[in-house]
Design a protein around this ligand. Structure first.
Ligand code: FAD
Ligand code: SIN
Length: 531
């Protein structure tokens, strides 16, 4: 049994920022299932949206967020996050984050933060570190964490399940007491106990066959919270990023929306612009609209991809502004300064998640959720680009402040050790990878950008059958991280389908041919599921 004051699951921006804030209050354990930097955060390209320029205002950022959210954002939450964003950005910089700067024109060398533009933003407001913002966030925060003696990071440790008073059969309010965690190297399951546990486990892109997300994004936090009895909401709103690199050898490489922000234009493979027909903002329309337009163009033409053309910009500018995208495309034989980039939409971001209040509190005492795993009400039916890193910073800060002001109850009942099956199964790897592929393909084919009730029902049945099979494996055999992740993607797939079936309308990222229009009665209604 390991005991800490704060147990943080995840080492992306949300987990690290929270840990730094909590360290002065007590001992913090960060559990992370791979290498400490491996996270969605590490791959963030475009940047962090925040009001830092005189041309911009909180009001405009709020308005853009509400507009992208298609009537479902909680305005009070949007206001708090947008308002507090600049202060959190200043702190991030104090922790060592270096954003890209530019020279102020006719200022004799004075510099200011360079601001990028992305879809749905009416102003330039995206702070970035060239096109590798997330890598710089992780570098800076991990360096700050390394300097904190009160924080211990456990790499290659995967949280299996939350430990709650209800699961232990105790009465009273349901309280989170910690988590069971698999040490992937030793194969042992350890018990981590803490009066406050923070889910910062990120999103679930791997539930879909094609995604911009790295392999860690298997929805573990949502699945664990759901099994523990927390409310999960709005999971039908899966954001498909319009422009993932299309190349047979490329796995999950994003072409940042900032490329369109700097003038990149979407074209068919015949070289014709097509976004004019879909939205006045053309290639910079909100993501749901761009992704659907690409999907429709691809279906019309039968092509496997569309093109993103920014060849009209000077080559030097492109190499300087997008060094990572330029080099990566070049490694696949595509010179973006001379030819358009083939792109396709891919699952990118989970707008729903574990329901929390504005301080990250879930419905289970002692359990907080921060970052992409959480559903605070900021994103509504569609997240505005670069608002997620912002949300993670603000909520991590608020959760730590809440815990400082209201220290959690330290008394706890005895926690029994983990019990697992003890059989080894030689077939396991084959079955796990087969089921894994089947879930991801079913979700892509039936629960993708354009949905119908019939396809959702079909997916529901397939996932239910697979879950039965996975359940058998889970209880009989020694747990492995592959099996844990398989169980979690199946659970999250089930939740996405349940939420999608609950919403009899099209709104934001949820588009169904059976109800092609928004229904005003559903404008402020979340789709909530609970186990
Ligand atoms: P993550 O950064 O994903 O971190 C999750 C952590 O939890 C990881 O350390 C992971 O290993 C760990 N973990 C997960 N499950 C377990 C478990 N069971 N046990 C232990 N550890 C676990 N957003 C923006 O605002 N701006 C951008 O420019 C931007 N660009 C993006 C580009 C790409 C390619 C991608 C994929 C996303 C992008 N996003 C962007 C979204 C944004 O990066 C994420 O929403 C954000 O980083 C999530 O941060 P997080 O801390 O909540 O989760
Ligand atoms: C991008 O750079 O296009 C990603 C931005 C985001 O997901 O917010």
């Amino acid at each position: 049994m390991r005991e800490f004051d704060f147990l943080v699951l995840g080492s992306g921006i949300a987990g690290l920022f929270f840990a730094l804030k909590a360290a002065p209050l007590g001992r913090v354990a960060i559990i992370t299932k791979k290498d400490r930097a491996e996270s969605n955060t590490n791959y963030a390209q475009g940047g962090i949206a925040a009001v830092t320029s005189k041309e911009d205002s909180v009001e405009l950022h709020v308005r853009d967020t509400l507009e992208a959210g298609a009537g479902l954002c909680k305005e009070a939450v949007v206001r708090v996050i947008v308002q507090e964003g600049p202060a959190r950005i200043a702190e991030l910089m104090r922790y060592g984050m270096q954003f890209t700067e530019r020279e102020i024109p006719s200022s004799h060398g004075a510099r200011e933060l360079d601001l990028g533009r992305e879809g749905g933003h009416s102003k330039r407001r995206i702070l970035h570190a060239k096109d590798v913002t997330g890598r710089e966030v992780e570098r800076a925060l991990l360096a700050a964490v390394a300097a904190e003696s009160n924080i211990t990071i456990f790499e290659n440790h995967i949280a299996i399940d939350l430990i709650t008073s209800r699961k232990l059969g105790l009465g009273g309010e349901n309280r989170c007491l910690g988590a069971y965690v698999l040490d992937k190297q030793s194969g042992n399951v350890e018990t981590f106990a803490a009066p406050a546990t923070v889910l910062a486990t990120g999103g679930c892109g791997k539930v879909y066959l094609y995604t911009t997300n790295p392999d860690i994004a298997t929805g573990d936090g949502v699945a664990m919270a759901y099994r523990a009895g927390a409310e999960v909401a709005n999971m039908e709103f899966v954001q498909f990023h319009p422009t993932c690199l299309y190349h047979p050898k490329a796995k999950s490489f994003l072409i940042s929306e900032a490329v369109r922000g700097e003038g990149g234009v979407l074209k068919t493979i015949a070289g014709e612009e097509f976004m004019d027909a879909h939205h006045p903002l053309k290639s910079l329309a909100p993501r749901d609209i761009v992704a659907r337009a690409i999907d429709s163009e691809m279906k019309k033409s039968g092509a496997d991809y569309v093109l993103l053309d920014i060849t009209h910009k000077p080559a030097r500018f492109l190499m300087e502004r997008f060094p990572n995208i330029y080099q990566t495309c070049l490694s696949y034989g595509i010179d973006m300064t001379k030819e358009p980039i083939p792109v396709v939409p891919a699952a990118h971001y989970q707008c729903g998640g574990v329901v929390t209040d504005i301080d990250g509190r879930t419905g289970i005492a002692g359990l907080y959720a921060v970052g992409e795993v959480a559903c605070t009400g900021l994103h509504g039916a569609n997240r505005l680009a670069s608002n997620s890193l912002l949300e993670a910073l603000v909520l991590a800060h608020r959760a730590a402040a809440r815990l400082a002001a209201n220290p959690p109850d330290r008394a706890r009942p005895p926690i029994p050790p983990w019990h697992s099956g003890n059989a080894h199964n030689p077939d396991e790897m084959v079955v796990v990878s087969h089921n894994w592929d089947e879930i991801r393909r079913a979700m892509w084919d039936y629960v993708g950008i354009v949905r119908t009730t019939k396809r959702l029902e079909r997916a529901r049945k397939r996932i239910a059958n697979l879950q039965e099979e996975i359940q058998e494996y889970y209880w009989d055999f020694i747990v492995t991280s592959d099996l844990l992740e398989l169980r979690n993607i199946a659970t999250v797939a089930e939740i996405i389908i349940r939420c999608a079936l609950q919403r009899p309308e099209s709104r934001g990222l949820h588009y169904t041919l059976d109800y092609p229009h928004p229904n005003p009665e559903w404008a402020q209604r979340d789709t909530v599921v609970r186990r």
